[in-house]
Design a protein around this ligand. Structure first.
Ligand SMILES: Nc1nc2c(ncn2[C@@H]2O[C@H](COP(=O)(O)OP(=O)(O)O)[C@@H](O)[C@H]2O)c(=O)[nH]1
Ligand SMILES: [Mg+2]
Length: 360
């Protein structure tokens, strides 16, 4: 899973990136501003337990990649440039950071701190970026239609028209109601609003003591149903926490009233926003977590491991994590009939431990 961090200047994007990746950054640059790339292991207590059980040679948690992109600013040049930024091409969702912290030492790009206003502004900018991309393509097709040519791909033409209408009514492309074929036909345009948005309201430490919902509701209310995911955290404090030892971090969190680190919360809402689940493979060689979309069939899950496993899929041997842990060993679980044989139609569940039988 790859997430792109976007937001206005000085909203705390880099602070958040540092908190999430513990500063592990390679960087490139775009439009004169640095692009940071970092990768983190998804913390999962279940996987750690499986590691203790199997003592494998290799231990491989799922990974999340983060891209800290340049600030979204009032456009200077042509629109549509942000969508073309190569670092953002393959992100699965966007983390949109808006500033709610007061700090006279940090200038605000609109001169005052107002997170819901900034969220509306940012969303508007992203929709306009997409609109520029879609309109440019639509114009080209319509020019061809005028001189008597049929649109090469009717799905694409229909999709572009639907998305244009959707963006013009200030809704993200994700809500355009495209068919699967239409969606595929415009996937190449990598629309910013064609991927889920997760809002991060970057607050003062003081705000951490008030209920999160009270902080994020004014931002969420700016958007049409279904309301987007939103969390509140202090990027600066999270970055400081990430630099501490586990023990010191826990103590500091207690003082501040933080019950869960930003990193794990961020990952949880990201899995939810993207509709993802984790399943596991276990053995003496490797204990590993895999990520697939909710509703994925057993062959699809096999394909996440290797395309050969999907192609040659015969059946899956499956046991729920809780069942294995309760019985203590795979042999006991098998005796109890808890290790099931599942076919092509089985929908993999979060926490399944899976062994794929295949032949190629
Ligand atoms: N007080 C406070 N300052 C913050 C917070 N997050 C970021 N900052 C400060 O705001 C400035 C801009 O942050 P940065 O992460 O570089 O913003 P970016 O331009 O969005 O990448 C820096 O001086 C940060 O230390 C926060 O949660 N609270
Ligand atoms: Mg930055």
């Amino acid at each position: 899973m790859k997430l792109g961090i976007l937001g206005p200047p000085q909203s705390g994007k880099t602070a958040l990136f540092t908190a999430l990746t513990r500063g592990a950054a390679e960087s490139g640059s775009a439009r004169g501003e640095r692009v940071h790339l970092g990768s983190v292991s998804v913390p999962d207590a279940r996987l750690e337990r499986l590691r203790d059980l199997y003592q494998p040679k290799k231990y491989t948690p799922a990974k999340v990649d983060y891209v800290d992109a340049p600030a979204v600013e009032k456009p200077r040049g042509e629109r549509g440039g942000l969508a073309a930024l190569s670092a953002l091409r393959d992100v699965d969702a966007f983390v949109l950071v808006v500033r709610a912290f007061e700090d006279p030492a940090v200038p605000h790009f609109l001169e005052s701190v107002d997170a819901p206003r900034d969220a509306s502004w940012l969303a508007g900018e992203l929709l306009l970026e997409d609109l520029a991309v879609v309109e440019r393509r639509l114009e080209r097709i319509e020019k061809a239609v005028k001189v008597g040519k049929k649109p090469e791909d009717p799905n694409e033409y229909e999709a572009l028209k639907k998305v244009t209408a959707c963006l013009e009514s200030e809704k993200p492309a994700l809500q355009a109601g495209l068919t699967a074929a239409q969606e595929r036909s415009i996937r190449g345009f990598q629309l910013l609003s064609g991927r889920p948005w997760i809002w991060v309201v970057n607050v003062d430490d003081a705000a951490l003591k008030t209920a999160e919902e009270a902080t994020v509701a004014p931002v969420r209310k700016r958007f049409p149903e279904p309301a987007p995911s939103a969390i509140a955290l202090s990027a600066k404090t999270e970055a400081e926490l990430a630099a501490l030892s586990e023990e010191d971090a826990r103590e500091f969190m207690g003082v501040l009233g933080i019950t869960e680190p930003g990193l794990t919360r961020m990952i949880r809402v990201s899995y939810d926003a993207l509709g993802l689940l984790s399943f596991f493979t276990v053995g003496p060689d490797e204990v590993r977590a895999w990520t697939v979309r909710r509703g994925a069939s057993a062959p699809e899950a096999a394909g996440a491991i290797h395309s050969d496993l999907e192609r040659g899929f015969i059946r899956a041997e499956v046991i729920a994590y809780d069942d294995l842990i309760r019985e203590g060993t795979m042999a006991k679980a098998r005796e109890r009939g808890l290790l099931r044989t599942e076919g092509r139609d089985y929908k993999v569940q979060d926490g399944d431990i899976v062994n794929i039988r295949f032949s190629v």
